[in-house]
Design a protein around this ligand. Structure first.
Ligand SMILES: NC(=O)c1ccc[n+]([C@@H]2O[C@H](COP(=O)([O-])OP(=O)(O)OC[C@H]3O[C@@H](n4cnc5c(N)ncnc54)[C@H](O)[C@@H]3O)[C@@H](O)[C@H]2O)c1
Length: 350
């Protein structure tokens, strides 16, 4: 069968990647979707069960840092579009093993960019999925796309470094890149190290929500389908060389989030809600909030459509209906122990 476009998604077995791949495969049977992912500990092949037999879908298990493999993909397939999501993503783990983050997030991006740029068949778009964390934290200033980049943790620093590499291909070669910077994305199938699934999983095990520190930390939460719609809109209408914030006004203090989830999962009287919270020590410096403006994306026609009430309802329902989804990840997908570069332990994070 002839396909009108070939799309390569890296990290397509992860939380956002699997939603993106499933949307592309279902919405565009006339496109071929190739998913390159090394199936790291944070993803499950079950996320892709609904599309695994579709004729327009191909999975390649491999490392985005493997230049032979990545060059081979670009030399043997006519890749038109790249969505680059493959990354190490857990902030707390990035303090423990920054070089692993540098390898995947920076070197992986360099390898992918080089192969895409050298490919015989020139890609039309290279979309790099970045994060609001590259701005660093802010109490009052609301960041737009021209705000300075001041990452304050190793994860964000590697995402920012990768962004600079991506932008250099635009500056030097007019290679058609676009960068998105999104708020925290949540929804079904997110691995349990991230804050919403972590709280839900703890509560389902009759354990308390562990909240790091007592500072008034909050996050902006965007439902995953709204993020996917933003990425697909940027593909069709985004201007090459540009950066687009993907944001939401839905800012939730982490303590309020925990209380809300306790009410939904435990149905306890209001007087007992706080009994399900436990405050644990935090890093000396934490990023309290990351406010961003996304007018540029709104001018392309994007609006977040899923309210917090609806998004969290769907998310809680999914974790209720799938309590074992993450409990049986295979041995070779467990986090690699012993790769730590210091003796800190991983603590749950946002
Ligand atoms: N989750 C969020 O709130 C959020 C917000 C903004 C931006 N992002 C960005 O979106 C992207 C996806 O995030 P996510 O939350 O889905 O993360 P995730 O951790 O769920 O998924 C990451 C995926 O990358 C894959 N991967 C890791 N190393 C790889 C390698 N060397 N080669 C190939 N694949 C590899 C993993 O197997 C996994 O499938 C990341 O680039 C992240 O920085 C995430």
């Amino acid at each position: 069968m002839d396909f009108s476009r070939t799309v390569l998604v890296t990290g397509g077995a992860g939380f956002i990647g699997s939603h993106l791949v499933c949307s592309l495969v279902h919405r565009h049977p006339e496109w071929r979707i190739i998913n390159l992912d090394n199936l790291d500990y944070c993803c499950s092949p079950k996320s892709l069960e609904s599309i695994e037999n579709r004729t327009n879908y191909t999975f390649i298990r491999g490392d985005v840092c493997n230049s032979r493999l990545v060059n081979h993909i670009f030399n043997s397939e006519n890749i038109d579009i790249i969505f680059h999501l493959a990354a190490r993503t857990h902030v707390e783990a990035s303090f423990e093993s920054p070089s692993a983050f540098q390898r995947v997030n920076v070197d992986g991006t360099r390898v992918l960019l080089g192969a895409a740029h050298q490919a015989r068949h020139q890609p039309q778009r290279f979309i790099y999925i970045s994060t609001d964390e590259v701005y660093g934290p802010s109490l009052d200033e609301v960041f737009d796309e021209s705000s300075p980049v001041r990452p304050s943790n190793p994860y964000a620093a590697t995402k920012a470094a990768a962004e600079y590499l991506v932008r250099s291909y635009w500056d030097q070669y007019k290679f058609p890149i676009i960068i998105t910077r999104s708020n925290n994305i949540y929804g079904p199938r997110q691995y349990t190290e991230k804050v919403i699934p972590r709280f839900l999983t703890l509560l389902q095990m009759n354990k308390k929500c562990t909240i790091q520190g007592t500072l008034p930390k909050s996050r902006h939460f965007l439902f995953v389908s709204d993020a996917i719609n933003a990425f697909l809109l940027v593909l069709e209408k985004g201007i090459v060389g540009e950066i687009y914030n993907v944001g939401t006004s839905c800012e939730i203090p982490i303590v309020q989030l925990a209380r809300e989830l306790v009410r939904m999962i435990k149905s306890v009287p209001e007087s007992e809600v706080n009994d399900w919270l436990e405050f644990v020590p935090d890093r000396p410096r934490v990023d309290l909030r990351y406010p961003i403006k996304c007018e540029k994306l709104q001018h392309l026609g994007w609006r977040a459509e899923v309210s917090w009430a609806e998004g969290i309802r769907q998310t809680v329902k999914w974790y209720r209906d799938n309590p074992d989804f993450w409990s049986d990840i295979s041995e070779d997908q467990q986090p690699i122990r012993g790769e730590s570069e210091n003796t800190a332990t991983i603590s749950p994070s946002t």
